[in-house]
Write a protein that binds this ligand. Structure first.
Ligand code: NAP
Length: 313
């Protein structure tokens, strides 16, 4: 098996990030035994993946850390520095005094001295004992939370810091008081939700977009335009969907727990889409799949989905 050499993108922090991330997102991960997940991640490292995306809420920080240790111990990689690990601050810890302890707990679970990228998972704060299905919403203070993220960066516990699920307006507000600008905004992005306005805004602000659900949103895996392009190019539909994200200047964070599809998804760097194909993809009807409606409530900070996304829906 040949190892794919994944290109890197340079972040505004000066650090480089591999151009495809391996997602370990929550619900699917809990159905797979931990040891099997560790071996899938070790296999992904052998295939060439270097960027692993986890989060405090996913319950996969330990398996990512175990896989990293195994890859290092087994000589698949020579040093920790060859890997890029992203984790995220959950909403119950989105408060000035809770950010550093949350990151320290993440690092303990990962068994690492630093994460490469630490993201605010959502522009949301919940009370400490909230669960995602039973959330007590509190006021999210971006200035205070970001100041604590900056402290994590200064301490060297996070090489780069960023955000996730932030609209252009929320980024603009964050930037008003930021000393360190966010390096990355991780958002839903795929051919069925192309995020034109946000992509343009982030490009102007030199904030890199990491695309979550690069395949998962509806209209992606069954999309006839992608099907036709895939057949003509002798690629799979998923490869076309992932390549399109890369060509937009963003990087996909894709999740597969299937060995063949893990291999398939990384083979997107030695071919390209034609202008005509890109034009056809631009015409695909748009729909946001992850609306965040679970974070909207009449007595909460965001009273509607429009408010949560500041109209970017
Ligand atoms: N920041 C956030 O708020 C946020 C939100 C959601 C997700 N994320 C991150 O983004 C990652 C990816 O998002 P996601 O898991 O929602 O969606 P995704 O990667 O777009 O789609 C995952 C689904 O696609 C299937 N799949 C993967 N490769 C395939 C291929 N080549 N052909 C056919 N099917 C394929 C997977 O099944 P198999 O396993 O069977 O291949 C899985 O069912 C997550 O794991 C997480 O790390 C972040």
């Amino acid at each position: 098996m040949d190892t794919v050499q994944v290109p890197e993108v340079e972040l505004n922090s000066g650090h480089k990030m591999p151009a495809i991330g391996f997602g370990t997102g929550a619900s699917a991960a809990s159905a797979v035994p931990a040891e099997q997940l560790v071996q899938l991640i070790v296999g992904a490292i052998a295939a060439g993946y270097r960027h692993f995306d986890t989060a405090a809420i996913y319950g996969t920080e330990e398996v990512v850390g175990r896989a990293a240790a195994e890859a290092l111990g087994g000589g698949l990689i020579k040093s920790r520095g060859e890997l890029f690990v992203t984790s995220k601050l959950w909403c119950t810890d989105a408060h000035r005094d809770l950010v550093l302890p949350a990151l320290q707990e993440t690092l303990r679970k990962l068994g690492l001295e630093y994460v490469d990228l630490y993201l605010i998972h959502w522009p949301i704060r919940m009370s400490k004992n909230s669960s995602i299905h039973n959330a007590e919403m509190m006021n999210f203070d971006v200035r205070e939370t970001w100041a604590a993220m900056e402290e994590c960066c200064r301490l060297g516990l996070a090489k780069s810091i960023g955000i996730s699920n932030f609209s252009s307006a929320k980024i603009a507000k964050l930037l008003e008081n930021a000393t360190i600008p966010p390096a990355v905004n991780q958002v839903e992005m795929n051919v069925g939700w192309q995020q034109g306005k946000l992509v343009q805004f982030c490009r102007e602000k030199k904030i890199h977009i990491s695309a979550w659900s690069p395949l998962g949103a509806n209209a992606v895996m069954e999309n006839p335009v992608l099907k036709e392009i895939a057949v003509n190019k002798n690629k799979t539909l998923a490869q076309v969907a992932l390549r399109w994200i890369y060509e937009q200047g963003a990087t996909p964070t894709v999740r597969s727990f299937n060995k063949e599809r893990i291999m398939q998804n990384i083979q997107i760097f030695d071919w390209e889409l034609s202008d005509e194909e890109v034009h056809k993809i631009r015409q695909i009807p748009q729909h946001r799949a992850g609306s965040g409606k679970e974070f909207v409530s009449a007595d909460g900070q965001y009273k509607s989905i429009e408010e949560l996304w500041d109209g970017e829906i």
